[in-house]
Design a protein around this ligand. Sequence first.
Ligand code: ADP
Ligand code: ZN
Length: 439
Amino acid sequence: MTYWEPQSETLSRSELTRLQFDRLGKTLERAAKSPYYAEVFKRHNIEPGSIRGLDDLRRIPFTTKEDLRNHFPYGLLTTPIKEIVRLHCSSGTTGNPIVVFYNQHDLAAWANLVARSMFAAGVRDTDVFQNICGYGLFTGGLGFQYGAERLGALTIPAGAGNSKRQIKLMQDFGTTVIHTIPSYLMRFRAVFDEMCLDPCKHTKLRIILTGAEPHSEETRQRVQKLFGVKAFNSYGLSEMNGPGVAFECEHQTGMHVWEDSYILEVVDPDTLEPVEPGKTGELVFTTLTREAQPILRYRTRDLTRVIPGDCPCGRTHARIDRIQGRSDDMFIIKGVNVFPIQIERILMSMPEVGNDYLIVLDTVKGADEVSVQVEVRPETFTGSMDALEKLRQRIVRDLHDEILVTPKVELVEPDSLPKSEGKAVRVKDLRNKGCLSQQ
Ligand code: ADP
Ligand code: ZN
């Protein structure tokens, strides 16, 4: 069997579009029951029944994070609390958290999408799946838990942290698949070394699922080399359920967006007009199966592009490229726009560089300055200052070629940079005496 749901995953474009607009009609009727959308529809003179195609959809205004915050907690609910069975909150990476509600139907549909995603990456009911991420309000915990159960895998709800215990669990139960955030993976691998273990030889690991924060292709390559298995990119956000919005299939050629459950638009973040097909812009999603809290034309602030062409796997759902970052991650230094991931790409392609880095923005004598603290690998410490200085200069040069600004680069010892509990903080912006997080 190749697909979790052969029929839904291989619909022709016209069938998919028909299904989307059929589901959109029901979604709009439901949305009209929430205080927030009732007001929006009234203000914009929108009759839910009059939206019949993509052009009509564009008459509905975008929904933003601010809108969700301003109508916290119950403004987007379409049903009485009696029908709601769970809530989750976003991680709050870029401000106050946002709450999302689910009824029984929503939870079942979400678990099915996660199961479909995991299946596409090659996970089967014979696998032992260890979920190494925070359970609780973060959707990555319970989202993958119920998805993996739906798929029929044996699940180990390990939670985050305690790397040695994680390794022990992997060995005791013969874990074949793990899910965790990318910034933890390399730290986790270092613990294998400390314990004189090799994941290739001393575990049965065969698949890594990773996402929830931006990471470059170079980081993925590193992870794959370190663990000796394939790592699949997983994209999702609480506002759209959580994980299971888009996922890589076994071909690793971009992430399939499950278009029977979400309408995808890519817009220019400044003009808010659709970008040309294949061009980078901001992802905008409309839910198609959520009942408790449908969200229409949600501006994710995540930037990427739709990959043109068909995937060899035969799934017809559009593929998106790696997330470049959030529009609010981008910083401007000396007039140049820079995304943290551009810096990460250069660093992670250098074998001498360790697992972590921190970008610090500051004002020095009235001018912006960017400095990058870079962890080096233990093997890079050969006792030769000269070799280290040469490495430092090479990093400065390569970063300059990428971001067109000369950064200050400081090499620091392995594992010496502060680690965050959840998603990694990549940028410290001292210019406003605030702290920007990469993701
Ligand atoms: P928060 O927005 O507070 O971090 P979430 O936990 O809901 O809350 O995280 C969703 C966000 O995480 C997405 O909008 C996106 O910015 C980021 N994200 C999720 N998956 C990926 C991925 N595979 N690659 C890059 N970024 C991702
Ligand atoms: Zn595919």
